[in-house]
Design a protein. Structure first.
Length: 157
């Protein structure tokens, strides 16, 4: 019996995604979460427009999961300072808007969140496009100057 080509392609895609995730930098992982969030919002908007309530709910639930289980836990409140705090507040605002959009069946809320995510994604793209800091050669017993150290933490991500 021949293998199901659909199942084979899904398995191949899943393997490719796992490899991509394993090889991704923290910035690339955040961009992937933004892409998934935007895709979920797009699907929710289409389902809402077509009156497909169950699919709308599933897509909004996925968007909420990306925010609450992906982006929020990636924030390092201790090291991130005001930026992490501001992002947490923005994510909470997005969560509220998505829940209202779902309850009120109002696409304007989804559009607002999509616009905010696009802006965040653009900022992350600019951040990830910056050249990496190169190691500064120094003697083995010499401490690395603090100006040469870079720290970027995404917490659980």
């Amino acid at each position: 019996m021949p293998a199901n080509p659909f199942l084979a392609s899904r398995a191949y895609a899943a393997t490719g995604l796992e490899t991509t995730i394993a090889d991704a930098s923290p910035e690339q992982l955040i961009l992937m979460l933004h892409d998934g969030l935007l895709e979920s919002l797009h699907r929710a908007r289409l389902a809402m427009a077509e009156g497909r309530i169950a699919e709308k709910g599933e897509a909004i639930s996925k968007a909420l999961a990306i925010l609450t289980e992906g982006l929020m836990p990636a924030l390092d409140q201790e090291r991130g300072g005001d930026i992490a705090g501001n992002l947490a507040s923005l994510y909470e605002y997005m969560i509220t808007r998505l829940m209202l959009g779902n309850l009120q069946n109002d696409a304007a809320h989804l559009d607002e969140v999509s616009k905010l995510v696009q802006e965040l994604k653009s900022a992350w793209q600019q951040l990830s496009a910056r050249p990496a800091v190169r190691a500064i050669p120094h003697a083995a017993n010499e401490p690395v100057p603090s100006s040469a150290r870079v720290s970027l933490s995404f917490g659980a991500a």
